[in-house]
Design a protein around this ligand. Structure first.
Ligand code: IPM
Ligand code: MG
Length: 375
């Protein structure tokens, strides 16, 4: 079967993590007999330099014609002083809104191989884990096309005051809650709604709408936390969480916090989905200008994002699982990019590799697995 994929490498380490991710997709295509067709699109700082706009209209149009979009990262110091509408980040926001991908799935789990890279003590991890294990496996569902990111922004005439408006409609809240409940139904059947309903009116609407929605999902346990408490609970006892659903800004912040607990933000993948199957997939890390061009990035977040694409946009579950187990196999074999390496100077049997070698190791693991399966 033919699948069309838009690749947006973007800026900084974006191209360095997308190259191994597309190589992995090619290998999946060859091994499982799929025809992945790519179109490479410009967005972010590079697009700004080349076309004068962070998100050229042709990019959005072409992305809409594809079954899925895989993005590296956008942004960099070079463009940091530009006014809001010209910043590379606008490209991300424009793609999210333009593609209508209102639900952002950010899984964060502690893989046993990366236990040493997690800053929490065993007793903290065990505290509220259902089986008392030193582990956690949670999913943040972040609303992605509403709230303060897309509310009115402005300045007073003399520039000495500024505002950004947080606004949500009932429908925007309902549709992201549905995604969260459906995800929970396939997991451990717990949804925690995170808001700031003790202070914010928009959060009180979230609370009301979610209390109503909870009635329709009686087999799922619903709980509520204020965002400040949730930030604390995440580092006090992350094992208590299954699915966390929250607004755009709170989800942005909590997902960065959760990423540290998994060892590195470089590991984390995300899927952004709307009403249909088309999705936008991106590692949650940024463009990391400090390590760009040095072959030091961790490509696993991008590779795992490609796996999510196979699963959610193309329904290729077996293929997605093959990529994920190839990633686990390279971690088992001791391959580490510098962000997930132990700090004990190589005494641990780990090999520290760059993005290219990590990508190559995943390819080998994928092919080895396929030849075992075929044998
Ligand atoms: C993310 C990023 C973006 C966001 C930035 C780069 C606009 O932090 O995807 O989490 O805030 O959504
Ligand atoms: Mg963020």
């Amino acid at each position: 079967m033919r699948y069309s994929i838009a690749l947006i490498p973007g800026d900084g380490i974006g191209p360095e993590v997308l190259a191994p991710a597309s190589a992995v997709l090619n290998a999946v295509g060859a091994l499982f007999g799929h025809d992945f067709q790519y179109v490479e699109l410009l967005a972010g700082g590079r697009a700004l330099d080349e076309t004068g706009e962070p998100l050229p209209p042709e990019t959005l149009e072409a992305a809409k014609q594809c079954g899925a979009v895989l993005l590296g990262a956008v942004g960099g110091a070079k463009w940091d002083t530009l006014p809001g509408h010209l910043r590379p980040e606008r490209a991300l926001l424009g793609l999210r809104a333009g593609l209508g991908v209102f639900a952002n799935l950010r899984p964060a789990a502690l893989l046993p191989q990366l236990r040493a890279a997690c800053p929490l003590k065993d007793e903290v991890l065990r505290a509220a884990h259902p089986e008392g294990k030193a582990a956690f496996d949670l999913l943040i569902v972040r609303e992605l096309t509403g709230g303060i990111y897309f509310g009115e922004h402005g300045r007073s005439a003399d520039g000495s005051a500024a505002f950004d408006i947080e606004a949500y409609s009932k429908e925007e809240i309902e549709r992201v809650l549905r995604v969260a409940y459906r995800a929970a139904a396939l997991r451990r059947k717990k949804v925690c709604v995170v808001d700031k309903a003790n202070v914010l009116e928009s959060s009180r609407l979230w609370r009301e709408v979610s209390q109503e929605a909870a009635q329709a999902y009686q087999d799922i346990e619903t709980s509520y936390l204020y965002v400040d408490n949730c930030a604390m609970q995440l580092i006090r006892a992350p094992g208590q969480f299954d699915v966390i659903v929250t607004s755009n800004l709170f989800g942005d912040i909590l997902s960065d916090e959760a990423s540290v607990l998994t060892g590195s933000i470089g590991m984390l993948a995300s899927a952004s989905l709307g009403a249909g199957a088309r999705g936008l997939y991106e590692p949650i890390h940024g463009s990391a200008p400090d390590i760009a061009g040095k072959d030091r990035a961790n490509p696993l977040g991008a590779i795992l994002s490609a796996a999510l694409m196979l699963r959610y946009s193309f329904g290729l579950e077996q293929e997605a699982a093959a990529v994920e187990s190839a990633v686990h196999a390279v971690l088992d074999a001791g391959f580490r990019t510098q962000d997930i390496a132990r700090r004990d100077g190589g005494a641990s049997g780990e090999s520290i590799v760059g993005a290219q070698a990590m990508g190559a190791a995943v390819l080998r693991a994928l092919e080895a697995r396929a030849s075992r399966a075929g044998a």
